[in-house]
Design a binder for this molecule. Structure first.
Ligand SMILES: [Zn+2]
Ligand SMILES: [Zn+2]
Length: 179
């Protein structure tokens, strides 16, 4: 994982490009047991980094391809992703409590760094995390699996769909009558 030391940033700022290999990305993801996706390709990042007083400003771009799982048909699919970002990083001093750092509303994107080091690969990964859809779909009109026989309805239809719908409707009707 790529780390930058504060003193490596010159007054005029720094232009950086770096690539995180798939193997190290997958190792990093193991820190997040709740994550259910994979990197399909390396993670390419570029950023301009400046010092602004005690803080660091970053403007950059991440690009990679993920392997996500469709929430409807459960099939894995490729998800190419390219995203620009802007970040302000504030120094986090262990001796001063967080509330001493005034956070303003427009500063929602603020992150912190500790010990004079900026973990560039982790920042890039976080930007990727932010781009993952809450409910990934292999295609907008994915028909999903039949709840009765489990058949992938994108590949073929099945007989039980109608019955399932019909019983769903009658249940709804009953519910309405009772309320
Ligand atoms: Zn699907
Ligand atoms: Zn079915």
């Amino acid at each position: 994982m790529f780390t930058l030391k504060l003193e490596e940033i010159p007054g005029e700022g720094l232009d950086l490009k770096w690539t995180e290999e798939r193997a190290s990305l997958l190792a990093y993801l193991e820190n997040f047991p709740q994550i259910d996706f994979e990197f399909e390709t390396p993670l390419f990042s570029e950023a301009k980094i400046w010092k602004a007083g005690q803080s660091i400003l970053m403007r950059g771009r991440v690009e990679t391809s993920l392997r996500l799982q469709c929430v409807r048909c459960l099939k894995p699919f490729s998800y190419p992703l390219s995203s620009v970002f802007e970040l302000t990083l504030h120094p986090l001093k262990s001796e001063s409590p967080i509330e001493e750092v005034e956070l303003e509303a427009e500063d929602m994107e603020a992150t912190f760094f500790e010990g004079g080091e900026i973990h560039l690969s982790e920042i890039a990964c976080e930007q990727v995390f932010l781009e993952i859809p809450y409910k990934p779909l292999c295609q907008e009109e994915c028909k999903g699996l039949c709840p009765v026989c489990g058949k992938d309805l994108n590949l073929s239809s099945c007989e039980c769909v109608k019955d399932e719908l019909a019983s769903g409707f009658s249940a709804l009707k009953k519910l309405k009558l009772e309320s």
